[in-house]
Design a protein around this ligand. Sequence first.
Ligand code: 13P
Length: 338
Amino acid sequence: MNINSLIATAQALVAPGKGLLAMDESTGTCNARFAALGIPETVEARRAYRELLVTTPGLGEGISGAILFDETIRQRTAVGVPFVEILQQAGIMPGIKVDVGAHELAGFPGEQVTEGLDDLRARLAEYAGLGARFAKWRAVLAIGTDRPSRACIEANAHALARYAALCQAAGLVPIVEPEVLLTGPHSLAQCAAVTEDVLHEVFAQLRTQGVALEGMLLKPSMVLAGNECPKQPTTSHVADATLASLLRTVPAAVPGVAFLSGGQSPEQATRHLAAMHERRGRLPWALTFSFGRALHQPALEAWGSQPANVAAAQQALLSRVASNRAAVGVGEAAAAHA
Ligand code: 13P
């Protein structure tokens, strides 16, 4: 492990005014989003959509890294240029999702553990050879009565830590993503308590597995009330609750926190990020975005699989990038957050 190179990569990914583009939807998830808009669920449609994203002019001004999926890291533009090369030319680091998805946790009906450790060492070496500089692994934790269980929290935290250690050994910066799901009637306070339990365990396991905190990034969910909770918090409450939970659990040695959007609307995710950034004086880590849907769902809708709509779709993506750059204090005026 070359720790200095890991640190340099991690710091570059969270450089001021930059965030990450999560475009690593698995085939199933990508197809489901296509189906909802009547877009053909084909390899070619997925390739064309990902080409649209990576070739967006000026994307590198606000995007430091793009998280790819196994299918995508091997793909090329219509004229034969590898996506990885297009990203590198734009000053965007290619990254790769390396988990193979969340599966039922034996003995705990309704709970899931993320899998993908078995052949991970070999896959990481291959992805590094393909140009990946960092990786991502997502654990999912659902809130319910007595949920998540200790078993679920510990199994997911252990897997995240084993993944992170393997990444660093392979020279890739691990993005550690424990997502507490938005789905359900839970309150903001319940989400805060679960988020703290989860992050506390994740950092305990990272320590046990010897992961260098300086050479990793955390990709957490924001602390929110569930989408079926009748009492929705204000933007300030979300920002305060999220930062309180992170300050209690995330060591200062971690260079950056890059949030997922998790099913919030693009505007809402940006507003929450902006409110947290306004409070950044208290924070030891860089704070930015690593959004999927909140960055490129508007582009997907504008595209609708029509080649004539590519420029409009790229404009939609650039507009979300600009709003999120403004949220982290660079570029547009603060009024442009939404
Ligand atoms: P969302 O921002 O759409 O939640 O996606 C981020 C991500 O990387 C999920 O794994």
